[in-house]
Each structure stands twice: as C-alpha cells, then as structure tokens.
Design a protein. Structure first.
Length: 83
C-alpha cells in the first residue's frame, strides 16, 4: 500500500503534516507518529513493515504499534488517500 501521489499535496513542518486532496479540496492534519507513518507510506510498504519501524523508533510494544498503525491506515483508506 502507498499514499496516492498523483493528486495529493503534502507538506511537513516540524511534527505536523498537512495533506490536501486536490480532487475533493479536503485537507487533513497529521501529527506525531502519524507524520512518520505518512512518510513511510510515501513508498510501497506493508502494515508489518510499518509496525516494525515504529517499534524500533519509538518506545512502544508491538501490539500497541500494530493497533495504532492499523487504525491510521483505516482512516487514510476511509479518506481515500491510499492508492
């Protein structure tokens, strides 16, 4: 899975990412670890790869990381931001 790139505009400032969906003119604000997850989704990746990265980079256990990553991905899918 990967973030749609053809029709999205995204800018990261500090730990906040602003994403604009050009077809819908909707914007989304992503903060904290979500910014890192959005960065990881800039290339083809899997939930498992993202969980592994988050566990390695943050002080979080695998179960919590998996729950959070799956929830984040579900929200991006609902917003139609994934390819």
């Amino acid at each position: 899975m990967q973030v749609r790139t053809a029709d999205l505009s995204a800018r990261t400032i500090g730990d906040e990412t602003i994403v604009l969906s050009l077809p819908t003119s909707r914007y989304f604000t992503i903060t904290g670890v979500g910014t890192r997850l959005f960065e990881l989704l800039g290339r083809e990746t899997t939930v498992e790869e993202m969980v592994t990265t988050i566990v390695a980079e943050y002080e979080v256990d695998t179960a919590t990381a998996r729950r959070d990553v799956e929830g984040f991905v579900a929200r991006l899918r609902d917003a139609q931001l994934l390819a």
